[in-house]
Design a protein around this ligand. Structure first.
Ligand SMILES: NC(=O)c1ccc[n+]([C@@H]2O[C@H](COP(=O)([O-])OP(=O)(O)OC[C@H]3O[C@@H](n4cnc5c(N)ncnc54)[C@H](O)[C@@H]3O)[C@@H](O)[C@H]2O)c1
Length: 444
């Protein structure tokens, strides 16, 4: 039986049992040697790690590399001499056409949606770094487009597939601590900036195409050490602060374990907005509608930067826990029968320990998050963090990022109509205008 025939058989069988949104790519799209030909957008920093992890799958052939920084592009190309090199992902997608099968997006946050939507629109499955997008509207549009086209997708939250996180989901859903009423989650990282506009502008280095780096964002002069690499996270037009950066990892497990949907509201405690950077410390409270794993409603509170780990955490008296040493990053679930502490990254602990001496945690086998996506693209299995999952998770997180522009104001959320119902001005922050010349169909 030919490989294509086998794949088609799979599609027919899978079609009966698997939701359309998780289907594999078209069988005929794979290269003549049966390999998945990947194109990588952003190959330095995390993009380099993504490239190594995805290309470690024996069925992957790296066909194209794209980066706006020629130093980073050349460095990545050393291990992939056969790959075509590009600076502009739009040119890459147009030039490579049917000679690539799938696309990996590992750029700064503001370029996730433009790059991922361009790839989806070309019918390519996508692996996209977290948080899925920079704006709420973009997350909705990516999810809908991937679903409509039936393309395999995965968000780059690799710990989602790690054993401690999967074990926690099994423990919570198995009722280890009963129905959960509250989750506290925190990161002591600080991806914020409380200062004003930057004045020390300079020419961008020759290796960087800063115009392409800005992409959809408004034009501005280059400032050394402020945008590229990595530091963009702190700034409103490019990053999503610590909540978007670390919250997406740390809230992923509670979101998954408790089968949460869209929040009812979000409210942030932080400094007044400056219009430049995300606050260096945030406390964000959310209320979610109840699910079968929670009480009638579920409270999630996030603490970051100088507010983390939380110092004023009041644990319910019935837990009998006087003092709890909290790791620098993690999540604490509070349920009817006890609590579960999940350090980031580490094994879950049930509390108070003397209540759980006979408890046997489920055995869990970790998955390879990257290979899972490659396999799903090749028609084998499904991804665990497809855009159907990652889209709503990202929307919820980004609502908190919007809320930090309206401190101490509860933003009431109507997810279905994608509207904040009580603060009209906040709706302006759900979607941004793309720069002229960088518009993307479905997003602009
Ligand atoms: N999953 C994780 O554990 C994890 C860890 C770190 C970063 N990340 C995510 O990875 C992404 C990148 O973060 P980073 O720390 O590597 O940032 P970075 O700034 O260090 O690297 C980004 C890379 O993308 C390139 N790039 C920028 N704009 C581009 C464009 N328009 N086209 C092509 N290439 C472009 C840059 O030159 C650079 O090589 C972010 O979304 C971040 O949230 C995820």
């Amino acid at each position: 039986m030919s490989k294509h025939l086998a794949r088609r058989d799979f599609l027919q069988v899978a079609g009966a049992v698997v939701a359309a949104g998780t289907m594999s790519i078209r069988a005929e799209a794979v290269s003549p040697n049966g390999k998945l030909r990947t194109a990588h957008i952003g190959v330095g920093g995390m993009g380099g790690a993504d490239l190594r992890s995805i290309s470690s799958h024996p069925m992957v052939e790296v066909a194209a590399l794209c980066d706006v920084d020629s130093n980073r592009l050349e460095e990545a190309a050393k291990a992939h001499a056969q790959a075509k090199k590009f600076r502009d992902f739009r040119e890459m997608l147009a030039a490579m056409g049917d000679s690539i099968d799938a696309v990996v997006v590992s750029t700064p946050d503001h370029t996730h949606a433009p790059a991922a939507m361009s790839a989806l629109s070309a019918n390519k499955p996508v692996y996209c770094q977290k948080p899925l997008t920079h704006e709420v509207f973009e997350a909705r549009q990516l999810r809908l487009t991937a679903e409509k086209r039936g393309l395999v997708t995965q968000m780059g939250i690799q710990v989602h597939s790690a054993a401690p996180y999967r074990r926690t989901v099994a423990m919570i859903q198995g009722g280890a601590i009963g129905k959960v009423s509250q989750v506290h989650a925190w990161s002591n990282k600080n991806w914020g900036y409380d200062g004003g506009e930057f004045t020390n502008t300079a020419a961008a280095p020759d290796n960087l195409d800063f115009n392409l780096w800005l992409g959809t964002a408004a034009e501005r002069p280059f400032v050394p050490g402020v945008y590229h690499p990595g530091q963009w996270r702190k700034l409103i037009p490019f990053g999503t602060g610590t909540l978007g950066d670390m919250g997406v990892h740390i809230f992923d497990t509670p979101y998954d374990a408790l089968a949460l949907t869209a929040p009812n509201w979000a409210m942030t405690t932080c400094r007044e907005p400056t219009g430049v950077g995300h606050p260096t410390k945030n406390k964000v409270e959310y209320e979610f509608p109840g699910t079968k794993y929670t009480t009638d409603t579920m409270r999630w509170t996030w603490y970051d930067g100088g507010f983390a780990p939380p110092k004023d955490l009041k644990l319910p008296a019935e837990l009998g826990i006087e003092q709890l040493d909290l790791p620098g990053q993690g999540a604490l679930f509070i349920g009817e029968k006890g609590a579960l502490l999940l350090p980031h990254v580490g094994e879950p602990r049930l509390l108070p320990e003397n209540r759980f001496t006979d408890y046997k945690a489920p055995e869990i086998i970790a998955a390879n998050h990257y290979h899972q996506w490659v396999d799903a693209c090749m028609g084998k299995g499904e991804t665990s963090a497809s855009f159907a999952y990652a889209g709503p998770l990202t929307e919820a997180l980004l609502l908190g990022v919007v809320a930090n522009r309206f401190p101490e104001t509860k933003l009431e959320w109507d997810a279905e109509s994608l509207r904040i119902t009580n603060v009209e001005a906040a709706n302006q922050l759900l979607k941004r205008d793309y720069r002229k010349g960088f518009e993307v169909a479905g997003l602009s």
